[in-house]
Ligand binder design. Structure first.
Ligand code: FAD
Length: 480
């Protein structure tokens, strides 16, 4: 078996290239496909060498997920769930003995694993969950119900979030994570959900009333809430790898299709509107790839003991990458016409499969508001007047370099309305991504100035659009 992440990625790439018909089946993956992934060592890329893996750097794991996304969006999410939401948090935060035992068992028995946070009544409000635990015997008694977890009903190991039940019956404010096995007494999978997309992965409702050993509780060097945000931020920012691989494939599919498809006697590529859509898709591909490279470098720099990575950067990368992925999928379907609206083809599947990326790992609307609220709060506290000055407080977010940059000088006014804050959050995200694209481009061995210029034009046009909308709303409010 291959012993480097790069070698495993190359083998996975070649294996997946040979099985596109299998990947594009509307009914999803077969279990023996998961065994083949294990045989190739795909999951070892997320596991440290002392536990049988080959993990060295976050960026290498992201590159593997990105390669998988080029072949199948569903496969990349399956790898993303198992890695970002189980294997890596366990490797980072489980007590040493538990970590060794669980990761070895995962590899030996060629398992799948995931995370259960969302509950029927609490999704976006992750701090409100009602699943609770109380000390009992040598461990904890965990009770509750979770739904929508990817790999529900098939994953063998789970990280389950819960709040501590006090003697009064009230629940503590902190959220803890426990490693739970699906074959233990009291773990009861209820039923599957008929998802509208990403159907190779299963979802559903699970109830549990289980006893968990004390050593199955994750713990970090600081508060548990920091562990939770560390896991979420890393997972959010890693989504850029999926968006990068998937947009690259959507661009390749669209370019090939448009060159070959003749309508009114001309190939589609001869039409200006088609070129416009292709350029937007290509811009999405360039931005998502830059976001992925940037995110990998940021996460590599945070190796070692737990550190609560920059939430602003994670949120900006997540919302921009997932919105651009969705835009590219829509454009791809449009260009492919009726042929694009099929679930047995990458583009047609991406149309539905890209959508929930804007919902899970933090709903984009909520994250946009959080981005604006964070920066507005910082500006107010420190007496900073402009967007440029306020962003400069976050040195890991590179400043855009543009001629006549009036966006940099936008005032950090208080945004009283939530819709205005969301709009401002969108503007901030696209503006920050201009800096990210420029920084990544500057370090590229083989520069691609036209692609970079076109991606920056695209992001800038989006910024101007959001700014115009803000101005229109402002005028409407004060002229009324
Ligand atoms: C394909 C898929 C895979 C998933 N995988 C997992 C998984 O592996 N593990 C897991 O635990 N969960 C998973 N989820 C669940 C997912 O994380 C939740 O659906 C998500 O967090 C939103 O929660 P909710 O569905 O309860 O929506 P709600 O919390 O009810 O929110 C619905 C919508 O309301 C809006 N909204 C909510 N709050 C606000 C606000 N404050 N301001 C403005 N608008 C707001 C947003 O647009 C939001 O999308 C998955 C979901 C899907 C669809």
């Amino acid at each position: 078996m291959n012993d480097t992440a790069t070698g495993i990625r190359a083998e996975l790439d070649s294996f997946l290239s040979g099985c596109h018909p299998l990947l594009d089946r509307p009914e999803g993956f077969r279990r023996d496909f998961v065994d083949q992934l294990h045989d190739l060592g795909a999951f070892r890329v997320f596991i440290p060498p002392e536990h049988g893996g080959v993990y060295r750097r976050y960026s290498e794991s992201m590159a593997l997920v990105s390669t998988a996304a080029y072949h199948s969006l569903e496969l990349s999410l399956m790898l993303g769930i198992t890695s970002s939401l189980f294997l890596m948090p366990v490797a980072r935060y489980a007590p040493a003995e538990t970590r060794g035992r669980v990761l070895a068992d995962f590899l030996d028995r060629r398992l799948l694993a995931g995370m259960m946070m969302t509950e029927p009544e609490y999704g976006t409000n992750i701090m409100g969950i009602q699943t609770n635990f109380r000390p009992e015997g040598a461990g904890y008694h965990l009770q509750g119900a979770k739904h929508w977890a990817g790999l529900s009903g098939v994953g063998e190991y789970w990280l389950v979030s819960a709040r501590k039940a006090r003697d009064t019956g009230a629940l503590g404010r902190d959220v803890d994570f426990f490693i739970v096995r699906s074959d233990q007494p009291g773990f009861q999978f209820d039923h599957f959900y008929p998802a509208a997309g990403l159907t190779s992965i299963t979802y559903g409702l699970t109830r549990f009333d289980v006893q968990v050993p004390a050593e199955n509780k994750l713990c970090g060097p600081h508060t548990n809430i920091r562990v939770m945000y560390d896991i979420l931020n890393r997972s959010r920012i890693s989504i850029a790898s999926i968006a990068a691989g998937a947009t690259r494939r959507l661009v390749d599919e669209a370019a090939q299709w448009c060159a070959g498809r003749v309508v009114f006697g001309k190939p589609l590529t001869a039409y200006e509107q088609v070129q416009h859509r292709l350029a937007a898709m290509q811009a999405a591909g360039t931005v998502c790839q830059a976001a992925c490279t940037y995110a990998g470098a940021l996460l590599d720099a945070h190796q070692g003991p737990e550190l609560f990575i920059e939430m602003l950067a994670a949120n900006i990368v997540k919302v921009t990458a997932t919105d651009l992925l969705q835009m590219a999928a829509h454009a791809g379907v449009q260009l492919r016409g009726g042929q694009g609206f099929r679930r047995d083809h990458y583009t047609g599947k991406a149309f539905t499969d890209s959508r929930p990326f804007q919902i899970f790992e933090g709903s984009n609307d909520v994250l946009y508001e959080a981005i604006a609220a964070q920066l507005i709060g910082e500006a107010r506290k420190l007496g900073l007047a402009t967007l440029g000055e306020t962003l400069a407080r976050h040195p890991t977010l590179p400043a855009p370099v543009m001629a006549a940059d009036h966006l940099r000088d936008l005032p950090m006014a208080t945004e009283d309305s939530q819709v205005d804050r969301v709009l401002f959050g969108k503007l901030i995200s696209r503006y920050a991504c201009i800096g990210i694209v420029q920084q990544v481009a500057a370090a590229e061995a083989q520069p691609r100035p036209e692609l970079v210029a076109s991606a920056i034009d695209y992001l800038r046009a989006e910024c101007e659009g959001f700014q115009n909308e803000r101005t229109t709303r402002f005028r409407a409010r004060y002229s009324a």
